[in-house]
Design a protein around this ligand. Structure first.
Ligand SMILES: [Zn+2]
Ligand SMILES: [Zn+2]
Length: 244
């Protein structure tokens, strides 16, 4: 009662405003939700980054480039249209109330090939970590909020500190593909006590070159994880080059 009165008063002072089109009334309005472009089919090998053939389970895996068969990564939607300002607001402007709206797109992949086969196998989900300095500055890890929301819809546990960033990495924004890989190389540590023998889903907000996800996956694998999949909310439209 007090809580709903509190949120009512809060809505009077700060009425919900759509993060996509800035109209009042919703955090993310139906019109913007309709304009999000799903992209669940495209995926890359988590070991080498090679793009796998879409929807070709048998011929596409094990990876034709490296022969590994323990995991791949993909994104739920394209990083364009109303999703782009919404992710920006969620990540950089403290709009944490957007987490359930955005995590809906992550959950939607559970009904899509090739994800339908993966979700039942997952033991747990884990967010791509922010460095602790950056978490402190921002007050939250956007990947963790997405993971929590997705995990509650999918009814899976969250491993919050299965992976840690061992040292500060500078922001990947503005770096080339090679610089991004170098920037995150060897910077993650995974807790073998927690992850050994598990099939895990790594969750992040944006999948650009995939370098960060590949490093996290490598840390999980070298500490005994059986299989690792990576799911991001969005990926850039064009190729695998860093978003401008
Ligand atoms: Zn809108
Ligand atoms: Zn590969």
């Amino acid at each position: 009662m007090l809580r709903s009165l509190g949120s009512y008063l809060l809505d009077l002072v700060f009425p919900p405003r759509c993060a996509g089109c800035l109209r009042f009334g919703h955090w993310f309005c139906d019109a913007c939700a309709q304009d999000v472009i799903p992209a669940p089919g495209r995926r890359e090998c988590l070991h080498c980054g090679n793009e796998l053939p879409e929807n070709a389970e048998a011929s596409g895996f094990p990876c034709p480039a490296c022969g590994e068969s323990w995991g791949w990564m993909g994104a739920a939607a394209l990083h364009e249209g109303p999703l782009r300002p919404a992710i920006h607001a969620f990540k950089y402007e403290g709009r944490v109330e957007l987490a359930p709206n955005l995590a809906r797109y992550l959950y939607a992949v559970t009904a899509e090939t090739p994800w339908t086969a993966i979700f039942p196998q997952l033991d747990a989900m884990t967010p791509v970590p922010l460095h602790s300095d950056r978490s402190r500055e921002r007050g939250y890890n956007q990947a963790e909020l997405l993971t929590r929301s997705l995990a509650s819809s999918a009814d899976k546990p969250v491993l919050k500190e299965a992976i840690l960033r061992t040292e500060a990495t500078r922001s990947q924004v503005g770096l080339s593909r090679a610089e991004r890989a170098d920037n995150v190389s060897g910077k993650f540590w995974a807790d073998s006590q927690t992850v050994a023998g598990l099939t895990l889903l790594l969750v992040d907000d944006v999948l650009t070159t995939g370098a960060t996800m590949r490093e996290c996956a490598a840390a999980l694998r070298s500490n005994g994880a059986t299989a690792v999949y990576g799911l991001a909310l969005a990926r850039p439209t064009m190729g695998r080059d860093p978003a401008p």
